[in-house]
Design a protein around this ligand. Sequence first.
Ligand code: ADE
Length: 223
Amino acid sequence: MKFNVITLFPETVECLTNYSILGRAVGSKIVEIQTHNLRDFGLGKRKQVDDTPYGGGAGMVLKVDVLNAALEKVRSDNPGTYAVLLTPKGKKYSQKAAKSLANQRNITLICGHYEGFDERVRDLVDAELSIGDYVLSGGEIATAAVIDSVSRLIPGVLGKDKSTEEESFEGGLLEYPHYTNPREYKGKEVPEVLLSGNHREIEKWRKGQAEKITKKKRPDLKG
Ligand code: ADE
């Protein structure tokens, strides 16, 4: 799986994706992340990437011609790439969307900055995604969230014995609770059933807990 990232801050994306599980996936070449500095496509001596908004108002707007030049270059080097714009106006990102993106072989993520994009940028992409109802200063953190959540669904990225099948959001449920040592901590005990060695009972308890927790914390998930 290859991710291209068009951004004014490649180091931010690199520092968010170079570590832990994702860092290892990159090291073992299961995942490739190539950043493309939008500034390289800027216009004129000053490599201009943004301009003041028509109609007035605060802030600067990323230019459609500059973003198009960057995306065209990425598309010509990555035929068939699926282009995604990260924006608070996008469709709400979810585990379902992550699974769908994991079927792509090549994804291009476009990070906004400043006040936003020229509206015509929306016509250049295949999808617009938001990672939640809040405004980030740029799309880099959102991009890293998408790359991380998609990559861990790719076979070989998680360890052999780890699977995503029992994780939160599978079957519309939050995951069951986990415990490790000590068996008792400040009066709170590890549930007895987990010490029983009875795997059928443990499975039943975990399923029950997942349902209970989901109902309590995220009633919107089920059904
Ligand atoms: N850029 C700024 N805010 C964002 C959000 N919530 N999701 C995706 N991209 C963004």
